[in-house]
Write a protein that binds this ligand. Structure first.
Ligand code: SAH
Length: 386
């Protein structure tokens, strides 16, 4: 079996650099590209990436890269990969995805079928199985993907299983939830540090504050779920146990956080509270049923991160316009607070009543959104107290 792997972490458009930063913070050198970040390492590296990355989608191994303009090129290229290094006899190896972009080979189902055929033939050869009979496939799943971009084929093996945004703590979501890795990205893109107050005044199922608390407590986002690689026969189970034990021990306790979450809808507040409990961070967050228009505080230097209704989904246009106006009026007195608001509304700044210091284009699922960023005035503690 292989000792070193070419690895990619896939990410939503706009979040690649954040994944890169997370990897570098873990001491892993990497290259940021469109939609993905590349790095290298042994089993421990892909284990850690799965367990710790907050903003990535999936971790995949790159098994081969080669040019192909015909099905014969594709077949030969796939056949040439050392499949016996990855697939023991008896495992399932669905070619679950093919994606062709600007390439001669563009029929994705055929690309999947040819790839499957080439792997089966190689398995028959290396495991000395008869050619006419399919190899048995009953064991753990190794999900294979093929991506062809400008006639360059990349063959990948998914190590994650479910996408990494599925942390396992959120069973109830409400009407318009953010993906957990998107919520983590909003926290990473803000200027919040654990010593500052944090408020989400439209918390819904609580994703933003839960992700913020998990990060502040250095709690690994993947500790409550499983990954595809765990079932693979060649994976070093002792090593995996050690990586998980280390992660459990890394969680900070006794960190005094001032994180507040509220929502107009009492049902959402209870649901957010349940999710926080399952995530193990409930004691770090205070929840309250409240209209954002009623938010008042004497605290300074805080951060608001909000994902309010956009109109597309939860509210009519008039309601949204009024809500953004009232949001502007409510937040205006909070001079030292920074405000970060995610919305698809291109007229947000007019309605809110001020122009953002910075705007960042993101995607909430497939919906194009902007992250409007307003930085608070800096106040030194001594000034504010005098
Ligand atoms: N980020 C959340 C989803 C937020 S959806 C998640 O990941 O689950 C927007 C939320 O804003 C809804 O839960 C809705 O109840 C709430 N909301 C709408 N108007 C509000 C108001 N005036 N004050 C507070 N919350 C409001």
């Amino acid at each position: 079996m292989k000792k070193e792997f070419q690895i990619v972490a896939t990410a939503a458009a706009g979040l690649e650099a954040l994944v890169g930063r997370e990897l570098r913070d873990m001491g892993i050198d990497c290259q940021v590209e469109n939609g993905k970040v590349r790095f290298q390492g042994g089993q421990e590296v892909f284990m850690r990436a799965n367990l710790w990355l907050r903003t990535a989608d999936r971790i995949k191994l790159v098994l081969g890269q080669f040019p192909a303009k015909t099905f014969e090129d594709l077949y030969q290229g796939v056949f040439a990969i050392d499949w016996q290094d990855y697939l023991p006899l008896g495992v399932q190896f669905p070619v679950s995805k093919a994606r062709c972009v600007r390439s001669k080979l563009h029929n994705e189902p055929s690309v999947q079928a040819i790839t499957k055929k080439a792997i089966v033939r190689k398995m028959q050869k290396v495991y000395a199985r008869p050619e006419g009979v399919p190899v048995p496939e009953t064991g753990p799943v190794f999900s294979i993907e093929v991506a062809i971009l400008k006639d360059q084929v990349t063959v990948l093996l998914d190590t994650s299983g479910d996408s990494l945004f599925k942390r396992g703590y959120r069973t109830e979501k409400g009407g318009a939830p953010l993906k957990e890795n998107m919520a983590a990205a909003l926290v990473n893109l803000s200027n919040w540090f654990p010593d500052k107050p944090l408020v989400d005044p439209t918390c819904g199922s609580g994703t933003i504050v839960i992700e913020a608390a998990m990060k502040a407590l250095n709690q690994a986002p993947g500790l409550q779920r499983s990954f595809a690689f765990e079932a693979w026969p060649w994976v070093d189970q002792a090593l995996w146990k050690m990586v998980k034990e280390e992660a459990k021990a890394a969680k900070k306790t006794n960190l005094d956080l001032r994180i507040m979450a509220s929502d107009l809808d009492g049902k959402m507040v209870s649901l957010a509270q349940e999710n926080a409990k399952r995530a193990g961070v409930a004691s770090s967050i205070s929840f309250k049923q409240m209209r954002l228009q009623d938010f008042r505080t004497d605290l300074i230097n805080g951060v608001i991160i909000a994902n309010p209704p956009y109109g597309e989904r939860l509210m009519d246009d008039e309601g949204v316009t009024r809500l953004y106006q009232e949001m502007g009026e409510t937040f205006a007195p909070l001079k030292t607070w920074s405000k970060f608001i995610l919305t698809s509304d291109s007229q947000f700044e007019e309605k809110f009543g001020s122009v953002a210091d910075k705007k960042r284009k993101l995607y909430n699922g497939t919906l194009r959104v902007d992250y409007y960023q307003y930085y608070g005035e800096r106040v030194r503690r001594s000034e504010s107290e005098s």
